[in-house]
Design a protein around this ligand. Structure first.
Ligand SMILES: [Fe+2]
Ligand SMILES: [Fe+2]
Length: 264
């Protein structure tokens, strides 16, 4: 049987599988930024809008870091992912976060929409953190990639803490029940999206590595079990992991001095 450790060792030994993994990470980061700049424009609190915009810029920065790493290590540029690996598409299909059409409507978010936006951020960022933590161990034999992952992981910890901090503020302002039920709903929707993409992702990697059918079968079962556990136990609202996770100047962002995406 292929252990997780030997599975990732085989990926590192196979240029095509390695490029597939790195490309998925680079594109995933770029996709996670989509819509955050528009969401920032729907928030009436100028300091919160700045924080969301900073989040947008940091996700774009992650995409550039992974993209550069992909080019330096394997000499290829990031390529778009096929639909079955498009995590953001599944996230939207399962109604996590704010629909894209709503972001085209300039009307500011209601409190319920802000809660829905923030629980979507939290569920997605919690997954990003968990995935990074797994990869830090799985790819230990590739120090250059680990260095990149470690830098990005520190930001993801702040991103989880930022959304958690905002949700705690909303809960303390009298919306605790809505925050808790929306958070459970978002985590369950995220778990569905993660299962769909993980099955496709694992299938592709197993094909590249020539893994036998029985190994693919048990890998799929493992992904399904992970999904069932997350769906059954989505967890409660916790406290931020770090203090002051998204520092920004305590004043509105002047339109003329708006930072270009990714200039952080
Ligand atoms: Fe990221
Ligand atoms: Fe993030």
């Amino acid at each position: 049987m292929l252990s997780r450790r030997s599975f990732f060792r085989k990926i590192l030994e196979n240029d095509e599988a390695r490029a597939f993994l790195m490309n998925s990470l680079a594109v995933g980061e770029a996709d996670s930024a989509v819509g955050l700049d528009k969401a920032a424009a729907h928030v009436t609190d100028p300091v919160l809008a700045r924080k969301i915009y900073r989040h947008f810029a940091e996700e774009n920065r992650h995409a550039r870091i992974f993209g550069r790493h992909l080019e330096q290590q394997l000499g290829v540029k990031p390529q778009p992912l096929p639909p079955e690996l498009d995590y953001e598409q599944f996230v939207r299909r399962y109604a996590m976060g704010i629909p894209m059409e709503r972001l085209e409507d300039p009307e500011p978010f209601t409190t319920s929409e802000l809660i829905r936006f923030m629980v979507g951020c939290k569920a997605g960022e919690e997954r990003a953190c968990a995935e990074m933590e797994g990869l830090l161990t799985d790819l230990a034999a590739d120090p250059a990639t680990v260095e990149v992952l470690r830098e990005i992981h520190e930001d993801e910890i702040r991103h989880v803490s930022f959304s958690t901090e905002e949700l705690n503020t909303l809960a303390e302002a009298g919306h605790a029940d809505e925050v808790r039920s929306e958070l459970r709903r978002a985590r369950r929707a995220e778990a569905k999206a993660h299962r769909a993409v993980s099955r496709a992702f694992m299938g592709k990697l197993m094909s590249l590595l020539g893994a036998p059918g029985i190994v693919r079968f048990f890998a799929g079962v493992g992904i399904d079990i992970q999904f069932v556990v997350k769906w059954a136990f989505p967890g409660e609202l916790d406290r931020p992991w770090v203090e002051n996770p998204m520092p920004v100047p305590d004043r509105p962002r002047a339109a003329s001095s708006e930072a270009a995406p990714g200039t952080l």
